[in-house]
Write a protein that binds this ligand. Structure first.
Ligand code: RFL
Ligand code: PHB
Length: 390
């Protein structure tokens, strides 16, 4: 088989890249290790920046997003027993975010790819990028016990943090930066109305809590938990009791509880690999970087990466110019590092660390107080949260 761009991974990065390239008349084949149902069952992010929404519009898959997505103008920060609203729309001169689950983004992109008759090979084993340091890269894989090979012009490694693309790069060609946080997030999904119309980020002496949602009748709640904790230790009752302890009285009074329909623990880490291009292979999304979810940036960074990459490839094929692909890594990384900084800062300000002493706790509270009383600080938070320009 031959194609122009072989994409490894059918998560949001790979699927969105596939649709953008299709729009620009560039051929792709996507190779995905799992089956479609598995990919769709992964409950992850839920908050889209305007830039991500714009990309969904560009590829013509935003109809359901606009019908079902919830546009939010602000968030609430809870600390010291009270809640404080940040009006992000006002602070940024009109920018908002949209609540729409990653599962829905993935489903819309998968449906569009299938409708366009584009090739996706699911359950592809032993996917291996080859010869990307030459002008004739290839990707081999096994399907139903038979080995196949795709010859291509470029490989896009969109295969997430544990993918094969970054792994395939010689250690001497890559530099990595990371931070592992000493806690995780225990998340549950429940078929209950959200406690409040906007997200609540709560800094509490017992640990961080986040109230978010997927729709007006489906809630998602997170609790900071210890790294060695296990979901089996958390009955629904225990989860709701602990959440109530970390919220203000008004929120507790409004909280509607119900059975969980999903429960999982995710570790928190910051990670960046540099560069994001190795000859004729590019990395995009979680394959190149990870952020702790506190700033809601993971999915949105995957989207901005593939925007930069699709523009670079469009320039390569349309204008026969390598300038775009040569600039891809630096351009993407500049935005990635700003989101890394923001996510790290939000995490540091809102979580209880093992070494959080009284001094650190006072500093966190002072920072939060400053945020909600200074227009400059509110604006800084808001422009980062709603998404820095591409
Ligand atoms: P994905 O979504 O991980 O998709 C990568 C795809 O590549 C496939 N793959 C392979 N295919 C072929 N061969 C191989 N060798 C392969 N290895 C892997 C995988 O099966 C998969 O389908 O990466 P992508 O597309 O870059 O998208 C990034 C986002 O998914 C990610 O940034 C966010 O979901 C991160 N994230 C969250 N972000 C938020 O903004 N808010 C959240 O609340 C939030 N929660 C989460 C998260 C990530 C989590 N992970 C990764 C464990 C919760 C979790 C649990
Ligand atoms: C979510 O809806 O899952 C979500 C929203 C905001 C975050 C993290 C997760 O910061």
């Amino acid at each position: 088989m031959r194609t122009q761009v072989a994409i490894i991974g059918a998560g949001p990065a790979g699927l969105l890249l596939g649709q953008l390239l299709h729009l620009y008349g560039i051929e792709t084949v996507i190779l995905e290790r799992k089956d479609p149902d598995y990919v769709l069952a992964r409950i992850r992010a839920g908050l889209l920046e305007q830039g991500t929404v714009n990309l969904m519009e560009e590829v013509g898959v935003a109809a359901r997003l606009h019908r079902e997505g919830l546009v939010h103008d602000g968030i609430e920060l809870a600390f010291g027993g009270a809640r404080h609203r940040i009006d992000m729309k006002k602070a940024t001169g009109g920018k908002t975010v949209t609540i729409y689950g990653q599962t829905e983004v993935t489903r819309d992109l998968m449906d569009a790819r299938a409708a366009a008759g584009l090739t996706t090979v699911y359950e592809a084993d032993e996917v291996t990028p080859r010869d990307f340091d030459t002008d004739h890269p290839r990707v081999s894989y096994r399907k139903d016990g038979v080995t196949h090979e795709i010859a291509c012009d470029f490989i896009a490694g969109c295969d997430g943090f544990h993918g094969i693309s970054r792994e395939s790069v010689p250690a001497s060609a890559i530099q990595t930066f990371d931070r592992i946080y000493p806690f995780g997030w225990l998340g549950i999904l429940s078929e209950t109305p959200p406690v409040s119309p906007e997200l609540i980020y709560s800094r509490h002496e017992r640990g961080f809590a986040l109230c978010t949602m997927r729709s007006t009748h489906r809630s998602r709640y997170y609790l900071q938990c210890s790294l060695d904790d296990h979901v089996d230790n958390w009955s629904d009752d225990r989860f709701w009791d602990e959440l109530k302890r970390r919220l203000d009285q008004e929120a507790v009074d409004n909280l509607v509880i119900g059975p969980s329909i999903e429960k999982s623990i995710a570790p928190l880490r910051s990670f960046v690999a540099e560069p994001m291009r190795f000859g004729r292979m590019f990395l995009a999304g979680d394959a190149a970087h990870i952020v702790p979810p506190t700033g809601a940036k993971g999915l949105n960074l995957a989207a901005s990466d593939v925007h930069f990459l699709s523009q670079a490839l469009r320039e390569f094929y349309g204008e026969k110019s390598s300038a775009g692909i040569d600039a891809y890594s630096a351009k993407a990384l500049a935005r990635v590092w700003k989101a890394e900084r923001f996510s790290w800062w939000m995490t540091s300000m809102l979580h209880l660390f093992p070494d959080t002493d009284d001094f650190t706790a006072r500093i966190q509270l002072a920072e939060l107080n400053y945020l909600v009383t200074s227009q400059a600080a509110t604006t800084s938070l808001s422009e980062n949260y709603t998404g820095l320009p591409y």
